[in-house]
Design a protein around this ligand. Structure first.
Ligand code: AMP
Length: 185
């Protein structure tokens, strides 16, 4: 893996029902800051998105929030954006995702909803097509992503997965091990 200076975290704009999710977001944020890595994320200040950003900021780290104009005030309070190190306002979702991709050296997904799923799956499709080799980590908090891996297994058995050598997501249950894994070698 190349040098990791920034990590893009995808995660729910809601807190989720299991307190372990918010705790995982906080732990990941703290560890990102402690490793002197910049957080790239969607700029929301609610739910897991807010918690991972606060985790970084409270530990003295840097956060870049990338948010489309129309979502300002919907995924977080306007005034909360002021506490981020940098805010990039995009025209639309596509530009947001492209900018997040360009700014990040690695991708981590915590639990989340369809937005989170869409974002991480797109990054996986780009890896599969050989568009990038940046590491992709699933934070498998309380086995949250197991059903998705089961679906991937179904696709594999059915002969639909190709170029699997390009697609090697790293699955880590213990969130406190994510940053050290990304920094190892
Ligand atoms: P969710 O997991 O649904 O709470 O969404 C997490 C984040 O993904 C939120 O910031 C959403 O705005 C964002 N999101 C949802 N759909 C898309 C999309 N098509 N492109 C980019 N971001 C999205």
């Amino acid at each position: 893996m190349g040098k990791i200076n920034s990590i893009c975290v995808y995660c729910g704009s809601q807190p989720g029902s299991d307190p372990a999710f918010m705790k995982a977001a906080r732990t990941l944020g703290t560890q990102i800051a402690n490793a002197n890595i910049k957080l790239i994320y969607g700029g929301g200040t609610y739910g897991l998105m807010g918690e991972v950003a606060d985790g970084v900021l409270d530990a003295g780290g840097e956060v870049t929030g990338i948010i489309p104009k129309f979502l300002i005030g919907r995924e977080g309070r306007n005034e909360d954006l002021d506490k981020l190190t940098e805010v990039i306002i995009t025209e639309n979702m596509h530009e947001r995702k492209q900018t997040m991709f360009e700014r990040a050296d690695a991708f981590v997904t915590l639990p989340g909803g369809v937005g989170t799923l869409e974002e991480i799956v797109e990054i996986m499709t780009w890896a599969q097509l050989g568009r990038h080799k940046k590491p992709i980590v699933f934070a498998n908090v309380n086995d949250f992503w197991n059903t998705m891996f089961a679906q991937l297994e179904v696709m594999k058995k059915a002969g639909f997965l190709h170029s699997m050598e390009n697609l090697k997501p790293i699955i880590i249950g213990d969130v406190s091990k994510i940053v050290e894994t990304l920094l190892a070698d």
